[in-house]
Design a protein around this ligand. Sequence first.
Ligand code: CCH
Length: 292
Amino acid sequence: QSGKVALNFTPAKEDYQKVYNKIVEFVEDAGDYDDGSYGPVLVRLAWHSSGTYDKETKTGGSNYATMRFEPESTHGANAGLNVARDLMEKVKQEFPWISYGDLWTLGGVCAIQEMSGPKIPWRPGRIDGLAANATPDGRLPDATQGADHLRNIFYRMGFNDQEIVALSGAHALGRCHADRSGFEGPWTFSPTTLTNDYYKLLFDEKWVWKKWNGPKQLEDKKTRSLMMLPTDYVLITDKSYKKFARAYADNQDLFFKDFSAAVSRLFELGVPESQWVTSEPWEMKTKEEQEA
Ligand code: CCH
């Protein structure tokens, strides 16, 4: 394979479905890695590649996949995402025609859907940018901060309080790694299945500050095996956030519906309308649906 894009080839939905299916193979073939799945780290890659968007300057976002370049690749917030980028590189070798931005966001969509999450409408159209398009450090949220910081960061992307709370539910998935962020541990007991447990646990458990040498984080008093970041905990201390967190704790269908809409929009940040190959985003099929 030359790695060059054949000019006479216009990929169709079924070609992207093939990429999706290849990602599924890699996600499941994780061996001893973390909880046996690369799904969570792929979701984090898709989010960090999109969450740099600034609506005022229309810079950042998923369009150019600028995390391939230094210094963005080495920004503190992106520590550990080389694991996900390396994995996606293997998929790119087999489908050299796909752009990195499309590949990384499709990886996030695939991971969420295969981990029992809702359908995330997605469409291709992102193009590979240059190092000059990379964003400055500090655009992604800092877990040591509070409610106002979250607002500053997410309002800059164009999201509101309800969407901040819905997007945060992604922390039902995966875990923190001391050698990446400094924080340690999972948020839920089922870190490879998307549920609304993150919100339920926030309300139902008693959260106390962990006594350790690491950064300030909370642990559940009962089992001391789960964690919350300071930015997670504000979802039940800030009045406006709390209302939405309560609604998602009480109703997983509502969480899935709002999560799907917010993530779909997140992954499209920074992509000019003219670049989309379709006006209506697609629903990619899960592995299970294709086997049925
Ligand atoms: Fe997150 N996240 N995230 N997060 N995140 C971390 C891990 C994951 C913050 C901080 C952290 C979102 C929002 C926020 C995931 C998805 C999303 C870690 C641990 C920190 C710290 C990294 C490590 O050590 O490996 C903060 C602050 C915010 C503020 O809102 C949003 C939004 C999403 C997606 C929609 C996922 C998934 C992980 C787990 C990654 C893994 O490797 O398991």
